[in-house]
Design a protein around this ligand. Structure first.
Ligand code: SAM
Length: 258
């Protein structure tokens, strides 16, 4: 799928939401979103969600009081995210904006919190993105995110290199240490990373079983045997990459100096 421009066509959205729940294009649902912002009081806070996907995370964050502006770069996601917004009890707290990759279309010091769930993996120039995130945060503001990172060391790096060489998705991965160093170089402080590999390695194995046993027949009817067979292969490789410590969903927390 790498290189086609659109990375989340409708048939992919159908599959991902079947596994991860309506509104979610990443694992863990509302619980994992809330874990990323644990300890932050979001009530009445201006929050930017980079990569709104189909809108689940934005709805969860609005549910705990945030005024959410979500961005995404893929137009076909917007109707899905808009449906999630409208179904939310907090629709008036959510604004969805399509953007281009690159500079964020917001003034300096616009947000108390910048959030992102498993979206920065697609961003090739993480330094440029972190600099933009720092710029749009208010002084003392918080960056709270999850991203799919690569395990430390030669062997996890090889696992992900092998996965990426298959050309399934356009993943641009860094390790936790590289990410923390880059955040520091860009001007963030109080940087924390939390490796969620152990959690996701278990869950990814369960997801493969769920696709094989529960979801397969219905999804084949919806999107066809060929796409399903290829995707099942991808999911097996992804689960293996997590089991071997190559794929590490990681929570990131950092502050803009006051
Ligand atoms: C794995 S999905 C996660 C979506 C959502 N955050 C979630 O957790 O359900 C990654 C999302 O990032 C979006 N994306 C990729 N590059 C982006 C960028 N430069 N700015 C904003 N969104 C981006 C994709 O279009 C996609 O919706």
């Amino acid at each position: 799928m790498a290189g086609t421009g659109i990375q989340y066509p409708d048939h992919f959205i159908t599959r991902l939401q079947a596994v991860w729940g309506r509104g979610f294009l990443s694992p863990g649902g509302a619980e994992e979103v809330l874990r990323i912002v644990e300890g932050l009081d979001l009530s009445g806070k201006d929050l930017l969600d980079i990569g709104f996907g189909t809108g689940g995370p934005a709805a969860v964050l609005a549910g705990v009081g945030a005024q959410v502006i979500g961005t995404d770069i893929e137009a076909q996601l917007l109707p899905h995210a808009e449906a999630t917004r409208q179904a939310s009890d907090h629709a008036d707290q959510i604004t969805l904006v399509l953007t281009n990759p690159g500079p964020l279309p917001f003034n300096d010091a616009s947000f108390d919190v910048v959030f992102s769930k498993d979206s920065l993996i697609h961003v090739p120039d993480k330094g440029a993105m972190f600099t933009e995130i720092l710029r749009v945060l208010k002084p003392g503001g918080t960056f709270a995110a999850s991203d799919w990172l690569m395990g430390e060391g030669d062997s996890p790096a090889q696992v992900m290199a092998d996965f990426n060489a298959r050309g399934y998705l356009d993943f641009r991965m860094a390790t936790a240490r590289q990410t923390a160093d880059l955040l520091r170089d860009c001007g963030f402080q109080s940087i924390q990373t939390q490796d969620r590999n152990a959690w996701y390695a278990d869950l990814a194995a369960q997801e493969v079983k769920k696709v094989e046993d529960e979801l397969y027949d219905d999804l084949v009817t919806e999107i066809g045997e060929e796409i399903m067979q290829e995707w099942l292969q991808i999911r097996r490789h992804l689960a293996e990459a997590a089991r071997l410590g190559g794929l590490c969903p990681t929570h990131l927390r950092a502050k803009k100096p006051a």
